[in-house]
Design a binder for this molecule. Structure first.
Ligand SMILES: C[S@@+](CC[C@H](N)C(=O)[O-])C[C@H]1O[C@@H](n2cnc3c(N)ncnc32)[C@H](O)[C@@H]1O
Length: 534
């Protein structure tokens, strides 16, 4: 088990993939522990949905170690059933899309592929009631497939719980039957990571034989039998070990300015955390490949899960209207290594248009060569305004801008932005052209080298051909000549050759014995001299 821990904690080389498949147990099932799901429904869901306002965003659920997806879809099903009970006339698609966001991760890509497909054999769904089968599955390929609207609620991604950063602002984490496969060392990494990922009052459900060990002080036990815990509101942040970018971790490492007692600091931190969670502008951290590694605040108005294969690609998740400005701001920030701001970008979300200011801040993480960028979506309405006594031109007596002036300003801004975009497109185009030129030159020189190699080969081939012809002629001559019996008498001209070799040289395999065609030719020439001598 210690070797297993070492593999999981370190950077896994590809040749270990096969080993992983063998040693990781993927046993799972639909409604594997029906009672535990019942407890979730009774003791957790009402708290998640009670008094929930639209601005609170969707309920965020994370299922690490999701294996082939049965647990994920079971949770989706009971969540949807709960929502329907509460709002019985809500259609499934709107209930699913608006209320719940499910992140499901596993270390095994093969399991994730199966989970994404949502296809299960008859045997796999034997524990699912006929009513649920009818409602949440469709018949496909001799088995059953989870309906599309549920599959679309779930984002499946590869993640090593022992070292990759967790999701954040989660209402519920269901981490069942995974901790038992990790030793105590890994458990000490994994539990703080999940604690970090939960909202201040988020819930955690473990498998029946799992527990929080030394971390139980940081959670309130809600249901002992079914291993349901709630994060303590005042719990201090635990030390986390994930190796991805985590700037809250760096913040907490800043030296403390006072000698206040730990409890006061904890409460202060919690208040700070609450405020940050509530008022932090919607933002994401992306890597150089523009893949989102962290979400902060409410990003739903700017990003949405892309249809098809689940992805965290910023380009794919950006809502209508954002992409061009996002890409140009990111490429400028990358090139100049400085903060780039784009104002008044118009984004369309659920049919309505709104303006947003984008800010891209390059980040460097200590000890990592990878670059990250913080993308912040700012509400232009929240910009600090300077009070003025005089009525500025274009404003009415209430200080508001007239619609014409507003439109004018917006259009001017859009034109400026388009110009900038155009310019950056031209630059990108020129760089690409340069790259093409260099690549083309390389191809040309490689071609020339190939040509000269080819010519050399041709010459060698011709030489070989003529040697072969000579050899054939000599061979024919040799065959037509009567062989004299008293070979031994004639040995003296080629005295250096041992008799058995000379005799065997007349056998049909004589040429096989020569080391090369040239040697054969030389050898045959000496024979020729020998036979033609008086
Ligand atoms: C027994 S299955 C649990 C399936 C599901 N949670 C359930 O209870 O039905 C354990 C899963 O954990 C995954 N796993 C093991 N180590 C992991 C790690 N370090 N990070 C993420 N997943 C891991 C395995 O690939 C496997 O699919």
């Amino acid at each position: 088990m210690r070797g297993f821990e070492a593999i999981q904690a370190g950077h896994t080389p590809s040749e270990l993939d096969e080993l992983y498949k063998d040693i990781l147990i993927h046993v799972t099932g639909f409604f594997r522990d029906a009672e535990a799901y019942g407890a979730l429904r009774e003791q957790v869901f009402p708290n998640l949905f009670r008094d929930r306002k639209p601005e609170d965003g969707p309920v965020r659920v994370w299922i690490p170690g999701c294996s082939t997806g049965e647990e994920v879809y079971s949770i989706c099903i009971i969540l949807l059933e709960y929502i329907w009970e509460q709002a019985s006339n809500m259609p499934i698609s709107s209930a699913a899309a608006k209320e719940i966001q499910v992140f499901a991760t596993d270390i095994s890509e093969a399991s994730l592929d199966r989970a994404r497909s949502g296809l299960y054999s008859e045997g796999a769904v034997s524990g699912v009631s006929a009513e649920r089968l009818k409602r949440f599955f469709v018949r496909r390929d001799g088995g059953y497939q989870i309906i599309k609207s549920i599959r679309e609620m779930c984002i499946f991604a590869k993640q090593n719980l022992a070292k990759d950063p967790p999701f954040s602002s989660l209402d519920l984490i269901s981490c069942r039957n995974l901790l038992i496969y990790l030793g105590p060392v890994l458990q000490q990494r994994v539990i703080p990571a999940m604690h970090y990922g939960l909202k201040p009052t988020g819930y955690l459900m473990l498998g029946g034989s799992e527990s929080l060990g030394a971390f139980s002080d940081h959670f309130t036990l809600i249901d002992k039998k079914h291993k349901i815990y709630q994060k303590k509101k005042t719990a201090a942040r635990l030390v986390t070990y994930f190796t991805g970018f985590d700037y809250t971790q760096r913040k907490s490492e800043e030296p403390r300015s006072s000698n206040l007692p730990e409890t006061v600091l904890t409460v202060e931190k919690e208040i700070e955390r609450l405020l940050v969670n509530r008022y932090i502008p919607a933002s994401v951290v992306v890597n150089e490949q523009l893949e989102i590694v962290q979400f902060h605040g409410r990003t739903g108005a700017f990003l949405e899960p892309a249809p098809g294969h689940p992805t965290f690609s910023l380009s794919k998740m950006a809502r209508e209207g954002l992409l061009v400005d996002l890409r140009s701001a990111l490429s400028k920030a990358k090139k100049d290594n400085s903060t780039v701001r784009k104002e008044g970008v118009v984004v369309t979300s659920n049919g309505s248009r709104r303006a947003v200011d984008l800010e891209v801040v390059p980040l460097r993480v200590q000890g990592s060569s990878e670059r990250f960028f913080l993308v912040v979506f700012l509400d232009p309405a929240q910009k600090p305004t300077v009070p003025s006594r005089k009525r500025p031109p274009g404003r009415n007596e209430r200080g508001r801008q007239s619609p014409v002036v507003r439109d004018n300003q917006r259009l001017t801004r859009e034109v400026t932005q388009l110009k900038e975009q155009f310019q950056s497109l031209i630059e990108e185009h020129e760089t690409t052209l340069e790259e093409f030129k260099t690549a083309n030159e390389e191809v040309l020189s490689a071609n020339e080298e190939l040509q000269s190699t080819n010519e050399e080969l041709e010459t060698a081939k011709e030489e070989l051909h003529s040697s072969n012809e000579e050899l054939t002629t000599l061979n024919e001559e040799l065959q037509n000549r009567p062989i004299r019996v008293n070979v031994k008498r004639k040995i003296s001209p080629v005295g250096s050759m041992p008799t058995p070799f000379l005799v065997s040289a007349f056998s049909p395999t004589c040429f096989e014995r020569a080391h090369s065609i040239r040697e054969s030719v030389v050898f045959l020439c000496s024979l020729e001299t020998f036979f033609s001598s008086p």
